[in-house]
Write a protein that binds this ligand. Structure first.
Ligand code: PRT
Ligand code: ZN
Length: 289
C-alpha cells in the first residue's frame, strides 16, 4: 500500500539543519532520534523527514520523492527546479554578491563587462548578466571561490555573503547584490488537493504560519492612568484592537496588545513618558488568524 505519510526533505548536516528542526519542534512535532538515518518519522504527525544534501532537495521535491522541503532560495534558483515556493521561513538569510579586490571600485554594473567571475552559482549569475545585457566570463568553481582572485584565476567572484568575514579574510569586499536568499518551504507542484496527503500538508502549513506569526509578535501588558489612555493607545502599534481592562485602583486601567516584536524598544520610552507603568512584554507561542 502506498505510504500515506507526507514526506519533508531537509538539510542533513549544514547551516539550515538546526533552524529547520527547531521550526518543526515549535510546530509541536515530536521527532524520533535520528542517529545518522536518512528517513526519520515524526511520532505525533503523519510526517516522515528525509535528510539530504541541500543541493538535492529541490530535485527530490520536483520529482515527488519528497512532497515538501526546506532549502535556501539560492539553491532552488540555481537548480532551476520546477517546484512551488510556498513560504519564506525567516532564517538562513544571506546575499549572493559580487566580491571584488579591496583596492577596486565598482560604481556601475557595466564594470562587470568582460570580467572573469568565479562562482558556484553559474546559472543565477548568467541570468543576472543576461538581464543586464552584459557579457562576462563565468567560471564555475565548486568550493573556495574566495581564493580565486588571489590565484589569478578570476577578476571577481560571485558568492554568498552573510557577515562578510570570508571576503575580508581574502582581501575582497562586496559590491553588487545578485540575489537575496533565505530558507523557504517548497512543495511538489503535483501534490493533489483531493488527497489525504494534501490535508496533512495544509494542516502542517497552518502550524508553520502560526509559529512564524508568533515569532514576529509579542504580547504587551501595561497599566495606564485613565486620563492618558487615548495618548497611549496612539503610541501602541497594535496588530489588532487592544484589550482594555478595569483595575481595582479606580484611576488606572490595563491595556493588553499584540505588537510587532521589533517595535517594542522604539515605543517603550514614549509609553513611560505618557505615564504607563508595570510594563510587561511576553513571548507568544502561536497566533492563529
Ligand atoms: O552539505 P550540503 O551540500 O548540504 O551543505 P552546503 O555546504 O552546500 O551548504 P551550507 O550548509 O553551507 O549552506 C546552506 C544554505 O545556507 C545556503 O544554501 C544558503 O541558503 C544559506 N546560507 C546563509 C549560507 C550562508 N548564509 C553563508 N554565509 N550559505 C553559505 N555561506 C558561506 C558562503 O558560501 C561563504 O563561503 O559562508 C561564507 C561567507 O560567510 P560570511 O559570514 O563570512 O560572509
Ligand atoms: Zn550543498
Amino acid at each position: 500500500m502506498e505510504n500515506r505519510n507526507l514526506r519533508l526533505a531537509l538539510q542533513k548536516n549544514g547551516r539550515l539543519t538546526e533552524n529547520s528542526l527547531q521550526l518543526l519542534r515549535n510546530c509541536n512535532l515530536d521527532i524520533e532520534k535520528f542517529n545518522d538515518r536518512m528517513i526519520v518519522s515524526v511520532r505525533n504527525y503523519n510526517l516522515d523527514l528525509l535528510f539530504l544534501r541541500d543541493d538535492d532537495i529541490p530535485e527530490y521535491v520536483q520529482e515527488g520523492v519528497a512532497d515538501i522541503g526546506i532549502v535556501g532560495e539560492d539553491v532552488v534558483e540555481e537548480n532551476k527546479a520546477e517546484v512551488s515556493v510556498v513560504k519564506k521561513l525567516g532564517f538562513g538569510k544571506c546575499k549572493l554578491r559580487i566580491g571584488i579586490p579591496e583596492s577596486d571600485e565598482i560604481d556601475n554594473i557595466k564594470a562587470l563587462e568582460n570580467k572573469r567571475i568565479a562562482t558556484s552559482y553559474p546559472n543565477i549569475l548568467k541570468k543576472f548578466l543576461k538581464s543586464n545585457n552584459l557579457k562576462a566570463n563565468v567560471i564555475n568553481i565548486s568550493g573556495s571561490v574566495e581564493v580565486t582572485p588571489t590565484l589569478g584565476i578570476s577578476d571577481y567572484i560571485c558568492d554568498l555573503v552573510s557577515t562578510g568575514n570570508t571576503l575580508k579574510l581574502n582581501k575582497l569586499k562586496s559590491s553588487l547584490t545578485v540575489l537575496e536568499s533565505e530558507a523557504v518551504l517548497i512543495k511538489n507542484k503535483n501534490l493533489d488537493e483531493l488527497t489525504d496527503k494534501y490535508q496533512i500538508y495544509s494542516k502542517l502549513l497552518a502550524r508553520i504560519e502560526s509559529v512564524l506569526n508568533a515569532k514576529n509578535s509579542k504580547y504587551l501588558m501595561i497599566n495606564v492612568p485613565k486620563d492618558s489612555l487615548q495618548t497611549i493607545l496612539k503610541i501602541i502599534p497594535s496588530l489588532k484592537s487592544p484589550t482594555i481592562l478595569s483595575l481595582a485602583e479606580e484611576n488606572l486601567c490595563a491595556v493588553h496588545a499584540v505588537i510587532p516584536a521589533e517595535k517594542f524598544w522604539e515605543i517603550v520610552d514614549n509609553l513611560k513618558e505618557a505615564g504607563a507603568s508595570g510594563i510587561l512584554l511576553l513571548p507568544i507561542e502561536n497566533i492563529v488568524y
